[in-house]
Design a protein around this ligand. Structure first.
Ligand SMILES: [Zn+2]
Length: 191
């Protein structure tokens, strides 16, 4: 637990973890917000996070590729792949009908073991689409690795969800938000 607090402190120090009253992209409100671009803008700090994930990933056996969803998964995915020596880094992009697709000549071999990397997992919606894209090309997704697991350890998938920091962050629909009720100013953090 103490170790988790140190990682959280690091996020706070670089402005990647904020406390206040936030409107999430889902429209829900929360008192806490992760802006992980403030972490990934510092490669020398991100490298420590990538090493921590790579240590956990080694238990999965050999991997062929890391796949990250654009935008959030690209930089952390690259940092993790760099720790894994000889593992390719691929990114998935928005495709037709709310899917994620691999473009730019990216290929997954049949039965190739793949790790999906994302900056933060909340509902796992975009990661689920990446898993579908990888499996659709014949790959095997062994685990998902995130800098921050916002589910508090409740992996939305049958495969493991690895993370550096795992926290359960409460959020509310606006009509039930206690911060709205106490008239705290609302922030749209990514604007
Ligand atoms: Zn609110």
């Amino acid at each position: 637990m103490a170790e988790q607090e140190q990682w959280m402190q690091q996020l706070q120090d670089v402005g990647a973890y904020l406390e206040g009253h936030f409107e999430l992209t889902t429209g829900r409100h929360s008192g806490q917000f992760f802006m992980l671009a403030r972490l990934t803008e510092r490669p020398w700090i991100l490298a420590q996070w990538a090493k921590q994930l790579a240590r956990q990933v080694h238990t999965l056996g050999p991997l062929g590729a890391v796949v990250g969803p654009a935008m959030g998964g690209i930089i952390p995915g690259y940092a993790v792949a760099q720790e894994l020596k000889g593992v390719r880094m691929i990114f998935a992009e928005k495709g037709p009908d709310q899917t994620m697709v691999l473009r730019r000549g990216f290929r997954i071999e049949l039965d190739e073991p793949v790790l999906v990397v994302e900056d933060a997992v909340t509902t796992g919606a975009s990661v689920t689409k990446v898993i579908e894209a990888v499996e659709g090309m014949g790959g095997r997704v062994m685990a998902v690795a995130a800098l921050v697991d916002r589910t508090g350890g409740q992996s939305p998938w049958a495969i493991p969800l690895l993370s550096v920091v795992s926290v359960a962050i409460p959020s509310w629909i606006p009509s039930q938000c206690p911060l709205c009720a106490s008239e705290v100013a609302l922030i749209r953090p990514k604007a």
